[in-house]
Write a protein that binds this ligand. Structure first.
Ligand code: 8YV
Length: 327
């Protein structure tokens, strides 16, 4: 790879990151921030040594098959890599990197915010005031449900799941979790966490569920219509991971039918589209995929992208290589 590789960045990144990229690389920026069509993406990567995509780009086998021969690295801006066909990239000898670790705390904060917001009817209360409908305090008005003492079931006890568990302890929640592997006993002891090998069994006993696993072929619709039915009616469900992990249609149907207490969703199955049924429900808090959206987080992500490209261009293994076997 040339010392100043051609780097195609698909979306607008924070200014300090773009400035540094211009110093280091022969960079093609997307100042307008208009998401690229598949056709534009294909055109853009024909001359690229490195592609810097985000979650809004679909880097599938068709796109990869049309990349130029120079394309050696996809340095994704984000932790999730479900928008990239990893097998196809590997077959073509293209290295893939991501930005793990730097958005853990921000995403966990947002998860906790939703865990508080839904049972305590935060968004509903806000709407009441803004629409001029608030007639003053009343002993039985805006009653929600207590957080303290409830059971939180975390689906996916990786970095973000663990960070959510640490926060949840401070709010008096009992931590339960389901994960492919049981976590180290020291961590379990610190969190006083209960491991459930069977997701089904855990779901049937929780008050709040938080989705914190990545979206992979194995977790697509992990919360299927059948599994959602296992949740007790008083359960709240929060998702800051990927919409595809929950069958959104089934979830919306159950919320409409009063079979669940509420939901806090930062991600959706067909972003930016949101199931219209969800829009009408007061017990659902909807956020526009902003779990990791802090200035500090975005700059840290950009730094990671730069380090991955620079290390690779200098002939070394980039620190955040993604292997199919990780998922
Ligand atoms: C990012 C995310 O904002 O990193 C991820 O996986 O879901 C988000 O927090 C987005 O992916 C950036 O590409």
């Amino acid at each position: 790879m040339p010392p100043k590789p051609v780097v195609v960045v698909t979306r607008k990144l924070p200014d300090p990151i773009e400035t540094r990229m211009m110093e280091l690389f022969d960079v093609r920026l997307n100042i307008d921030d208009r998401p690229m069509t598949q056709g534009e993406l294909v055109e853009a990567i024909k001359a690229a040594d490195v592609l810097v995509p985000t979650v809004t780009d679909r880097i599938d086998s068709s796109v990869l098959s049309q990349a130029g021969p120079k394309l050696r690295l996809i340095a994704s801006f984000g932790t999730g890599v479900d928008h990239i066909d990893l097998a196809s990239a590997r077959q073509r000898g293209i290295t893939v990197t991501n930005t793990p670790g730097v958005l853990t705390e921000d995403t966990a904060d947002m998860t906790m915010a939703l865990i508080l917001a839904v049972p305590r009817r935060l968004a509903e209360g806000e709407r009441l005031i803004r629409t001029g409908q608030w007639k003053g305090w009343g002993p039985t008005s805006m009653l929600g449900h207590r957080i303290w003492g409830k059971r939180l079931g975390i689906v996916g006890m990786g970095r973000i799941g663990t960070a959510v568990a640490r926060r949840a302890r401070g709010f008096g929640l009992a931590v339960h979790y389901h994960n492919r592997r049981r976590v180290h006993q020291d961590l379990e002891a610190e969190l006083e966490a209960t491991y459930w090998e069977s997701l089904d069994q855990m779901l049937a006993r929780m008050d709040i569920i938080s989705i914190n696993c990545p979206h992979t072929p194995a977790t697509y619709h992990l919360l299927s219509a059948r599994r959602l039915k296992l949740l007790p009616r008083h359960t709240y469900i929060v998702n800051t991971s990927r919409g595809e992990v929950i069958d959104e249609n089934a979830l919306a149907r159950m919320l409409v039918g009063g079979e669940l207490a509420g939901a806090g969703l930062d991600v959706f199955e067909h972003e930016p589209a949101v199931n219209p049924k969800l829009l009408k429900l007061d017990n659902v808090v909807l956020l526009p995929h902003m779990g990791s959206a802090t200035m500090e987080g975005r700059i840290d992500m950009g730094e990671k992208v730069i380090i991955n490209i620079k290390t690779f261009a200098d002939g070394h293994k980039p620190p955040d290589r993604v292997l199919e076997t990780m998922f």
